[in-house]
Design a protein around this ligand. Structure first.
Ligand SMILES: Nc1ncnc2c1ncn2[C@@H]1O[C@H](COP(=O)(O)OP(=O)(O)OP(=O)(O)O)[C@@H](O)[C@H]1O
Ligand SMILES: [Mg+2]
Length: 258
């Protein structure tokens, strides 16, 4: 915990929200996944989402990006109701960045060409594009992998590439679906530092969900715990791990973050 915390420059207490999910219910066939869920993501905060498999974490990301429509409720981004706004318009208008749980890269393109492809979509000027790509190559230590095709990268290398691709357009809202899965210890630390640096240098809001609860709680300002379609606890990492309901339904008795 101490290793990470020293990278925190200040505590982010901006209560103004950038994304709001209002009274959201989602059904797949007749199975209810989210039940009148209310969730606010504050400006410039790093929010962690925890919950058991199948609780609806990826579904929440899909609702924010527009990949899934809610059956009931509204999605508000920067005060604008965008429940019906198409995916591409949402990505451009609000500068969303998504690292999906699976996939997210083109397997037949090399690592460098995957980065170039995203950069060409988002950055018009060639010089800026090259600068951005070079910066990401250095940050993620991709130098020896540039000409390897996506399909031949290891699981962790793929994940790192998809994270780098999500950062190309300097997102204002960054959604990370299990970013730590498959990453080695030092890469997890690098990613945690990257997220904390982004928070202090850019106006960015980040939502992370992951089953590596310790790694997640070490770098978030606030965490929510989901269970049975609802938010059952919300607060600082220390608050949620000592919350009785969260302990009963998610953490168990033995869990600690040290
Ligand atoms: N397209 C779909 N059709 C039918 N059911 C779906 C579909 N997408 C998701 N579900 C169901 O919705 C529930 C929530 O799925 P979701 O992927 O959001 O869970 P999750 O919290 O991200 O789980 P995990 O931690 O395993 O990634 C699951 O029960 C899943 O089976
Ligand atoms: Mg998921």
């Amino acid at each position: 915990m101490a290793l990470i915390k020293k990278f925190r420059i200040k505590s982010y207490k901006n209560e103004e929200n950038i994304v709001e999910l209002k009274n959201i219910s989602v059904f797949f066939n007749k199975r209810q996944i989210l039940d009148n869920l209310n969730l606010k993501i504050n400006k410039q905060e790093i929010l962690g989402m925890l919950g058991p498999n199948g609780v609806g974490k990826s579904t929440i990301f899909n609702l924010i990006t527009g990949l899934k429509d809610p059956n009931y409720g509204e999605i508000i981004i920067e005060g604008i109701n965008c429940t019906k706004l198409p995916i591409n318009e949402r990505f451009n208008k609000f500068k969303l960045g998504l690292v999906p749980q699976y996939g997210g890269l083109i397997h037949d393109l090399t690592l460098l060409d995957n980065l170039k492809l995203v950069a060409e979509i988002h950055i018009k000027e060639k010089e800026m594009r090259t600068q951005k790509i070079n910066k990401l190559i250095t940050k993620f230590e991709f130098e020896s992998l540039l000409n390897i095709k996506g399909k031949h990268l290891s699981g962790g290398q793929k994940k790192k590439l998809v994270i780098a691709m999500a950062l190309v357009n300097d997102p204002k809202i960054l959604l990370l679906d299990e970013p730590f899965a498959a990453l080695d210890i030092l890469t997890i630390k690098m990613l945690q530092e990257t997220v904390l640096n982004l928070q202090s240098t850019e106006e960015i809001s980040v939502v992370i969900c992951d089953h590596q609860a310790r790694d997640l709680l070490n770098c978030v300002d606030r965490a929510i715990i989901l269970s049975n379609g609802k938010v059952i606890a919300s607060g600082s990492p220390n608050e949620v791990i000592t919350d009785t309901v969260a302990k009963n339904e998610y953490f168990g008795d033995e869990f600690n973050i040290n």
